[in-house]
Design a protein around this ligand. Structure first.
Ligand SMILES: *Cc1c(COP(=O)(O)O)cnc(C)c1O
Length: 437
């Protein structure tokens, strides 16, 4: 008989959620926050410090959501806080160039051999939307190819899911996206060479770009084979299409050169977000000088932003990247994560639980399955999410905050201490014994 845990009190959070429902659709400003895929009402967070967060009821949690990825240095990082506080005295926004944009761009470009020029925007969605327009403007083609199981933000062209059949036009995955837009987006399964070959045969000289998440991490962690990524590079090049790596999660998470360096291949355009803003709203896209030369005011592809390159956001980004650039930062993150995962895998093996932990860098994902490899979205059994729900609840009740959906990955920050991780390991062991009792 396994110990059960009493549900934490969510009275204050529940009250705030009821109020929020009067203001916002579903009571939230971004859908997954509504806790629809897990038990209970969403927790309203009051503050965070290092790896810990506190909710409105005073419950304390060790946080593995980390604001969905940006907080690689944890909450309330001293370097970021002090830099931002210093900038606050000078002004919030000018709508004119600042030296801070140069500084952040230099930190990125001098540590990244995969792009030569960059443009800052205010979100990952905006970065990807702009990259798609750039690819279309540069190639003078309209169609794009995306993969089922990759998320690229909520712009019209990308809220599209696979239709029936091997190679068909996509279907909109949101009301309000015109069918004509979905018709320009072709959606295929990951890790399926034949499908992509068929796309290029069916639409010769029409594909502007193929876009993939550097390492798909928005629908579970779908680790791809090197050979498949090499194939993407070759087939796009052979057909005059661009390869876009959406590195909004993997950028600066797997090192300064992200997934491009991880695979050792050169995409044509790379998008960034999350970590480069240090918790402030920032996105970016970059490419060679030649391709970026097509962006206005140099070129004919228009893209602009009132708050682009915002001084506070740039300051938070600079303070973040400076810390990430310290020698051994990423090696330490990876080693910490490897040990965390290995300890849990040993426990899982001992107990013969049907759960896998997939991991890369400081990202991890629990998959309730016996499959030891998952490369495509359709290999995830939706039923397995019921087990995640049970685990999520058992973890919250022990003071551990995981993302409120089994399709979300977890992140380990540099602020997670050995003690935090030991406590978490014990809590996960308890939670798994409840899931599998
Ligand atoms: C989060 C994310 C986006 C969207 O970024 P927002 O800042 O939420 O608009 C796009 N692509 C990937 C890979 C992401 O993880």
């Amino acid at each position: 008989m396994t110990a059960q845990y009493q549900d934490i009190s969510r009275a204050k959070s529940a009250e705030l959620f009821e109020q929020a429902k009067n203001y916002f659709p579903g009571g939230v400003n971004s859908p997954v926050r509504a806790f629809k895929s897990v038990y209970g009402t969403p927790l309203f967070i009051e503050r965070g410090d290092k790896a810990h967060i506190w909710d409105a009821d005073g419950n304390e949690f060790i946080d593995f959501c980390c604001s969905w990825g940006p907080l690689i240095l944890g909450h309330n990082n001293e370097g970021i806080r002090e830099a931002v506080a210093g900038q606050l005295d000078k002004g919030l926004s000018f709508g004119a160039p600042t030296r801070l944009e140069n500084e952040l761009a230099d930190l990125i470009l001098s540590n990244n051999t995969y792009i030569e020029k960059i443009r800052f925007v205010s979100s990952g969605t905006e970065a990807v939307m702009s990259a798609i327009r750039l690819a279309r403007g540069y190639t003078k083609r309209d169609k794009i190819v995306k993969f089922e199981g990759c998320y690229h933000g909520h712009s019209d062209s990308l809220l599209v899911k696979a239709g029936s059949g091997l190679v068909t036009f996509g279907e909109t995955s949101s009301a309000g996206v015109p069918k004509a837009f979905a018709d320009e987006t072709i959606v295929i399964a990951l890790n399926d060479k034949a499908a992509l070959e068929e796309v290029f045969r069916s639409f010769p000289d029409q594909i502007a770009a193929v876009i993939i998440e550097g390492i798909p991490a928005n629908n579970g962690l779908l680790l791809q084979e090197q050979a498949y990524i090499n194939f993407l590079r070759e087939i796009t090049r052979d057909n005059g299409s661009l390869l876009i790596f959406d590195e909004v999660i993997t950028g600066f998470r797997l090192g300064f050169q992200g997934a491009a360096h991880y695979y050792g291949i050169r995409p044509d355009i790379i998008t960034y977000g999350k970590i480069i803003g240090g918790g402030m709203p920032v996105g970016a896209y970059g490419a060679s000088k030649e391709i970026m030369g097509n962006i206005s005011p140099d070129g004919a592809v228009y893209q602009a932003g009132t708050l682009s390159g915002n001084p506070i956001a740039m300051t938070a980004g600079i303070a973040t990247l400076k810390q990430l650039a310290s020698p051994g930062f990423y090696e330490k993150q990876e080693e910490t994560t490897r040990q965390f995962v290995q300890t849990l895998r040993a426990f899982i093996a001992e107990n013969q639980y049907d759960v896998q932990i997939f991991t890369v860098g400081s990202i991890f994902w629990f998959a309730f399955t016996t499959q030891t490899s998952i490369t495509r979205a359709d290999e995830i059994d939706p039923q397995s999410m019921e087990k995640y729900k049970i685990m999520h609840r058992a973890l919250l009740n022990q003071g551990i905050y995981f993302g409120p959906s089994g399709y979300e990955v977890g992140f380990i920050s540099s602020a997670h201490t050995e003690e935090d991780l030991d406590i978490t390991i014990q809590a996960i062991k308890n939670a798994l014994s409840i899931v599998f009792e």
